[in-house]
Design a protein around this ligand. Structure first.
Ligand code: ATP
Ligand code: MG
Length: 256
């Protein structure tokens, strides 16, 4: 579990995150949603310690990241897997070498064991056949899956994904969402995902934190999204045509 307590972050006197508190639970896909520029990436960067909030606490199963020294932070980082906008694979390495990379860097296991682990991760994302290929030789969806395999190679407790579906078609996006959700449940990870994709919200929104202009406006589940009366949330989701229709039907059923 990750607990964010009252974090505020400003740039040049302009507050981008305003007194945000939120809880991210184990074995769940925790989504941070909001318009472009609302502060999602800044939020995730603060959570993983790439940026330091001006005020607030960030607790990883009770351990406060803010007060950690460099060594403690490095140790905590090994419990994190990350998947950032774009897949950020190393172009000069094969898929297999990409997945091996964190293992070679941080694992004390033998070469044989590291290779076995990498093969296991590739198999988990259905890429066993593509290990010898270079990123330029595979599709965008495959790159995402390779990046997921790399992110889980060290068996992380916490997984962070910033817009994992950017650049993918809707069907491939669903597959990636499902994969992230499945491994989250399977390994009981605390997964935090930034998205503004309503399909993802309704597909894997176990726990949703909605941010508007740096303020946490609402928190709930995908089921609660449908019946929420929060105006800002409704404005955000009504921007999605398909979703407006779903919600209208739901409301009619409630009234009728
Ligand atoms: N390093 C920085 N220095 C100054 N301002 C920044 C910095 N990083 C982010 N910001 C500002 O913080 C605000 C929130 O940005 P952020 O990247 O978190 O938005 P976002 O919700 O992730 O948007 P998107 O959906 O487009 O990725 C923006 O106004 C941005 O310009
Ligand atoms: Mg962003």
């Amino acid at each position: 579990m990750i607990e964010v307590k009252n974090i505020t972050k400003s740039f040049d006197g302009r507050a981008v995150l305003k007194d945000i508190s939120a809880t991210f639970e184990d074995g769940k896909t925790n989504l941070i949603i909001g318009r472009s520029g609302s502060g999602k990436t800044v939020m995730i960067k603060n959570i993983i310690g790439l940026m330091k909030p001006d005020i607030g606490q960030i607790l990883y199963d009770g351990r406060d990241l803010i007060t950690m020294n460099k060594h403690e932070l490095n140790m905590l980082r090994r419990e994190m897997g990350m998947l950032f906008q774009g897949s950020a694979l190393f172009d000069s390495m094969t898929v297999m070498e990409n997945v091996m990379f964190p293992l070679d860097m941080f694992s004390k296991d033998s070469t044989k064991e590291r290779r076995k682990r990498a093969e296991f991760c590739l198999e988990r994302v259905n890429l066993s056949e593509a290990g010898h290929l270079y990123p330029s030789e595979i599709s965008g969806g495959m790159m995402k899956r390779a990046a997921i395999a790399r992110a889980i190679s060290l068996n992380p407790k916490y997984l962070f994904c910033d817009e994992p579906n950017s650049g993918l078609d809707p069907k491939t996006s669903l597959l990636i969402d499902d994969l992230i959700h499945d491994i989250t449940v399977e390994y009981n990870m605390t997964t935090v995902i930034n998205t503004h994709d309503m399909n993802s919200v309704m597909n894997i929104g176990d726990n949703i934190i909605f941010i508007k202009e740096g303020v946490k406006e609402w928190q709930g589940t995908k089921e609660q999204v449908i019946t929420s009366n929060n105006r800002a949330l409704n404005d955000f989701i009504f921007a999605s045509d398909l979703f407006r229709k779903v919600k209208e039907v739901e409301m009619q059923e409630e009234e009728g």
